[in-house]
Design a protein around this ligand. Structure first.
Ligand code: CP
Length: 304
């Protein structure tokens, strides 16, 4: 699935469900007692895999899976299609992360159970987007009339691509795309998403120049694993560091998001600032994944 598989109304319903779970988690503690989630992770992960597993356990369900390609039969050459055919016999729903773009889509075509894309190469990271949307809505109360700065590796940052695609559907959202020349947003996002939707955006290089007008600052990591050569990565990796000095230029109610993991792009001294929302964001990731599992499994909730 992708957030774009949901209409704006369906997305609002999903976020409403996630907010209800946050408010009354005890109501949901046994609604998936008879269900199993498989986590098929061919690439490293902390938040996505563990938050999916926590989400299913919070619903009373069970989890199984693997956390690296090396510990699965992919290491012996098994295809994604064959793996998912087999996993369909063991679980009711699965979350897949894969370095190849489109792999979860291939899996979905051969699966008897819902397949959730938990990140595919430099392409998309839809459940991070759901997490980001829930975080923004919970902290700001709305999506419209927000100026959202996306900063860092906008070329390889799949979370950024998914977030733009989701947010252009809301009225009066504006983007400020802050990156060095080499890490600018891909042209397919600029042309087929931003320009096609008529969403206002501008591209800037200096974070200091962009920060005063932002309601949300979404920082990203320069992704070492997507670079073809180490020299380019080393040159780019510390291009942006959000510290207290730069933060002093921001609005009092700006919120700082980051999908994490962070490397150097947010100084640790920022963590205690009330605007630092990135660890809350990781918590919202559990609620929204609980809501997604319930929705995709069509679990009946008698009180809704
Ligand atoms: N945000 C995110 O996808 O983190 P992990 O790589 O740890 O899952």
């Amino acid at each position: 699935m992708s957030p774009l598989d949901f209409s704006v109304e369906e997305l609002d319903e999903l976020l409403d469900l996630a907010s209800d779970i946050e408010k009354s988690p005890e109501k949901y503690a046994h609604v998936c007692d008879d269900k199993r989630l498989a986590t098929l992770f061919y690439e490293p992960s902390t938040r996505t895999r563990l938050s999916f597993e926590a989400a299913m356990m919070n619903l009373g369900g069970k989890v199984l899976g693997f956390s690296s390609a090396d510990s699965s039969s992919a290491a012996k050459g098994e295809s994604v299609a064959d793996t998912i055919r087999v996993v369909s016999c063991y679980a009711d729903i699965c979350a897949m992360r894969h370095p190849k773009e489109g792999a979860p889509m291939v899996a979905a075509m051969h699966s008897r159970i819902p397949v959730i894309n938990a990140g595919d190469g430099g392409h998309q990271h839809p459940t991070q987007t759901l997490t980001d949307l829930l975080t923004i809505r919970s902290l700001k109360g709305h999506f419209d009339n927000l100026t959202i700065g996306l900063c860092g590796d906008l070329k390889f940052g799949r979370t950024v691509h998914s977030l733009i695609e989701a947010l252009v559907r809301y009225p009066n959202v504006r983007f400020v795309l802050i990156s060095p020349e080499e890490l600018r947003i891909p042209s397919y996002i600029r042309e087929s998403v931003l320009e096609k939707s008529g969403c206002p955006y501008k591209e800037m290089e200096r974070l200091e120049d962009a920060i005063p007008e932002l309601d949300i600052l979404y920082m990203t990591r320069v992704q070492r694993e997507r670079f073809f050569n180490e020299e380019d990565y080393v040159r780019m990796k510390d291009f942006y560091v959000l510290d207290k000095v730069k933060l002093s230029l921001a609005k009092e109610d700006m919120q700082i998001l980051h999908p994490l993991p962070r490397v150097n792009e947010i100084a640790v001294e920022v963590d205690n600032d009330p605007r630092a929302a990135y660890f809350k964001q990781a918590q919202y990731g559990v609620y929204v994944r609980m809501a997604l599992i319930l929705t995709l499994l069509e679990v009946k909730l008698p009180w809704r």
